[in-house]
Design a protein around this ligand. Structure first.
Ligand code: XMP
Length: 215
């Protein structure tokens, strides 16, 4: 994904009409649109192709299965037009390798979850986040997902993965994180959902976040 605004829209609305309206309104401010279960279960995987005409799409399916099932999921998602996929790492190196292999075949990107942004994200992830980050680097993933709610953890994870991998970071706005703080801590992109799509003016909300980051 090309870095222009350092902002990824998390498009967690559940219907096509709103999704396309909001995506159109903010497309000049975002480098990518992240879609996940809420929208894809609401409208089907076909929505990915429509959104991909506006911006590269990251499919946030937090893939977490055996290697063969992961392969099938990644193939579906890339065939549907997604530019990247988010996968879990706790399922182990062979599962991650399977996603990275498919991504290489399709020339697409893989981001691996390290420690999640919500309060419960520390319960199980905290002790293994660094190990998962190292595994993502060793496996040749494009980057990792790390929490904007804890910029200090983004800093820790950046030290482990070095400069070759990207960090995409959710948790800005509705979850309390600051876009500027997490970019300063080493994230490449922030991922923002509710603060943009629930705003009366999604474009203004997106522009404000871009201005804050001065990316
Ligand atoms: P909000 O509305 O909180 O949306 O701005 C955040 C978006 O990011 C997703 N999310 C995460 N995805 N690791 C991930 O891979 C995380 O730690 C994480 N935290 C939030 C969330 O599902 C929503 O789409």
């Amino acid at each position: 994904m090309e870095k222009k605004n350092c902002l990824i829209l998390a498009l967690d609305v559940t219907d096509r009409e709103n999704a396309l309206r909001i995506a159109n309104e903010v497309s000049e401010y975002v480098d990518s649109i992240k879609v996940g279960y809420p929208l894809v279960l609401g409208e089907g995987l076909g929505i990915v192709k429509e959104l991909a005409e506006l911006a590269p799409v990251i499919a946030d399916f937090k893939v977490a299965d055996i290697p063969n099932t992961d392969r099938l999921i990644c193939e579906h998602v890339f065939n549907a037009g997604a530019d990247a996929i988010i996968t879990h790492g706790f399922t182990g190196r062979d599962s991650l390798d399977s996603c990275v292999k498919v991504a290489e075949e399709y020339d697409r990107d893989v981001y691996v979850v390290t420690e999640m942004s919500h309060p419960g994200g520390v319960e199980f992830f905290r002790p293994v986040a660094e190990t998962i980050a190292q595994m993502a680097a060793d496996a040749g993933a494009t980057g990792v997902v790390a929490p904007a709610t804890r910029p200090e953890r983004v800093r820790d994870i950046r030290k482990i993965i070095g400069d070759d991998l990207h960090i995409i970071s959710p948790g800005v706005g509705a979850q309390g994180g600051s876009a500027a703080d997490v970019i300063n801590a080493g994230a490449d992109w922030v991922i923002v959902g509710r603060s943009i799509y629930n705003s009366n003016s999604p474009a203004d909300a997106a522009m404000k976040i871009c201005n804050e980051m001065k990316c």
